[in-house]
Design a protein around this ligand. Structure first.
Ligand SMILES: Cc1cc2nc3c(=O)[nH]c(=O)nc-3n(C[C@H](O)[C@H](O)[C@H](O)COP(=O)(O)OP(=O)(O)OC[C@H]3O[C@@H](n4cnc5c(N)ncnc54)[C@H](O)[C@@H]3O)c2cc1C
Length: 399
């Protein structure tokens, strides 16, 4: 069997080739539904949204309203909100069912250790730790339970989940948590045992647990100030994998050094630009892989994610650097030229060091503030009827 989420372009292209849009639209809400598994590759720039859509549209006719196009839209929309709000996405965009101060700041140990006694939650946490991935519906269930039943602040849950995901993206993750919490959407997202029984395998079913209740009762719990439902820890504890704020030694990343780059043309590869190198790079360009300490101190990753990113980066780059922003900036100042691809995760630093090309876009730019996905979608899809129309906006070549 091939390695799940192998950090190669071939694996990303195989996921694109395997997309079956009709089955996707029919089954995507089920845990065993025909979802693409593309998000780690999209999050780390192995492939862009435009390349994904072009690859799928080469074999399947998709109209603009197709579920698959729509879901790609959610990712683009969250990036749009990030662009509008900057670091503001890390705070509640508006008040949810309760004020921020009504929620606990820490994620309880029984959740971290998959010991809540609610099968759907414990299964989700175990799967997350085992694979670094979680189906969208499972992420929604987990987030909803944490915020609305346990009254833990969405930010505590979002930071924890981000660290363990292979596809962790500050916009898609933190804004999805806000959408579930009701601080980025009009109402809280709630789910019950019946919903789980419909979309998840038997081991996840949770009859008789706290979520085996009507939506009215769950809504009341979500809006009732206080500590939330009591934990009823059950089963053996699962160890939470450690998170790391620097690359594994096996990657042999070195400290930034003037000697590496003095007088050279440099192309910077970062963890969100792991696609093909630009075809027009002059032959003597130094391809430098970069890990910026300040980012990873704030947002540590699982070992699995470090290996996923690191193996691909080592394949692309002549050498890898890890260092703080001051050391990187000082060393790069001696290069003849430095170029890279713009990336909001590195917005605080990258533009100071490199001339940044924009990341490839799929949707037309929406330059106004949109409060909801549907508002954004109305603007982003105006006058477009099919995936082919959408791809033509940015002249994405056909596959
Ligand atoms: C609480 C929570 C946290 C999340 N955190 C992240 C995250 O850190 N990174 C991330 O990429 N996605 C996140 N998502 C969105 C979504 O769960 C994943 O993108 C999806 O599960 C990835 O699986 P897939 O590639 O098989 O998706 P598919 O259903 O096959 O969709 C194809 C692609 O469309 C995009 N997409 C699909 N659904 C969504 C969505 N709801 N929001 C944004 N983009 C979407 C992704 O790029 C995905 O790879 C989160 C959702 C929730 C509810």
């Amino acid at each position: 069997m091939s390695e799940p989420y192998a950090p190669t372009l071939e694996a990303a292209l195989a996921c694109i080739a395997a997309v079956r849009p009709a089955a996707y639209a029919r089954t995507r809400n089920a845990l065993d539904g025909a979802v693409s598994g593309l998000s780690p590759y999209i999050s780390h720039g192995f492939v862009s949204l435009a390349e994904v859509l072009a690859g799928v549209a080469a074999h399947h006719r998709l109209d603009m309203q197709h579920k698959f196009v729509y879901e790609l839209g959610w990712r683009a929309y969250f990036r749009h909100v990030w662009q509008q709000h900057g670091d503001g996405i890390l705070r509640s965009l508006h008040e949810g069912p309760l004020p921020d101060s009504a929620y606990a700041a820490e994620l309880p140990a029984d959740i971290r250790q998959a010991q809540t006694g609610v099968p759907v939650i414990d299964e989700a946490v175990r799967r997350l730790y085992r694979s670094g991935m979680l189906h969208n519906h499972a992420r929604m269930w987990l987030a909803s339970y944490i915020v609305h039943l346990r009254h833990v602040h969405w930010r505590a849950g979002a930071d924890w989940l981000y660290g363990h995901l292979l596809d962790g993206d500050l916009a898609s993750n933190h804004l999805s948590w806000q959408w579930v919490a009701g601080t980025g959407s009009r109402k809280p997202y709630l789910f019950n045992a019946e919903n789980v029984a419909r979309y998840a395998p038997a081991a996840w079913h949770s009859p008789g647990s706290v979520i085996d209740a009507s939506y009215e009762a769950l809504d009341q719990l979500a809006r009732q100030p206080g500590p939330g439902v009591a934990a009823s820890p059950a089963g053996p504890a699962t160890d939470e994998p450690l998170l790391h704020d620097s690359p594994p030694a096996a990657l042999a990343a070195t400290a930034p050094s003037t000697a590496d780059v003095a007088g050279r043309d440099v192309w910077l590869v970062h963890p969100w630009s792991l696609g093909l190198l630009p075809p027009a790079l002059p032959a003597d360009t130094l391809v430098l892989g970069l890990f910026v300490d300040e980012f990873h101190w704030a947002w540590p990753w699982s070992e699995r994610r470090w290996h996923f990113v690191g193996r691909r980066m080592a394949e692309l780059a002549d050498r890898l650097w890890q260092g703080d922003a001051a050391a990187i900036g000082a060393a790069l100042a001696s290069a003849r030229s430095v170029r890279s691809i713009a990336e909001p995760h590195l917005d605080a630093w990258l533009p100071r060091w490199a001339a940044c090309e924009p990341a490839p876009a799929l949707f037309p730019p929406v330059n106004r503030h949109c409060d909801s996905f549907s508002q954004w979608w109305t603007h982003a899809s105006r006058g477009l009827h099919s995936a082919a129309d959408l791809l033509a906006v940015n002249e994405v070549p056909a596959w």
